[in-house]
Design a protein around this ligand. Structure first.
Ligand code: FES
Length: 90
């Protein structure tokens, strides 16, 4: 099944929410001169293995430039810093 955003989805059968769809796979997209866009059912943990709350968001962005004030998330600081990198992850 494909969701409106084009991601593959499956049915959830949790707490009576049987027809609610969620993505089946995780996609991490490297943005040119910007963060990593993470989409899908992923658990984000810190260096100690503690889960980092990403709220109810289906997608979130992780900083790639090291300039954010809200690690590990991108806060847009890469633009002010003039971060340069192509989408290949370099
Ligand atoms: S990539 Fe956006 S603040 Fe670092």
């Amino acid at each position: 099944m494909l969701a409106e955003n084009g991601l593959k989805t499956s049915k959830m059968s949790n707490l009576g929410e049987e027809n609610k769809s969620m993505p089946e796979s995780v996609t991490i997209k490297v943005r040119d001169r910007g963060p990593y866009l993470v989409s899908g059912p992923v658990k984000l943990v810190d260096s100690q293995g503690n889960e980092i709350d990403v709220g109810n968001r289906a997608d979130f962005v992780l900083c790639r430039c090291g300039q954010t004030a809200n690690r590990p998330f991108c806060d847009g600081a890469h633009k002010q810093a003039g971060f340069e990198a192509e989408g290949s992850g370099s």
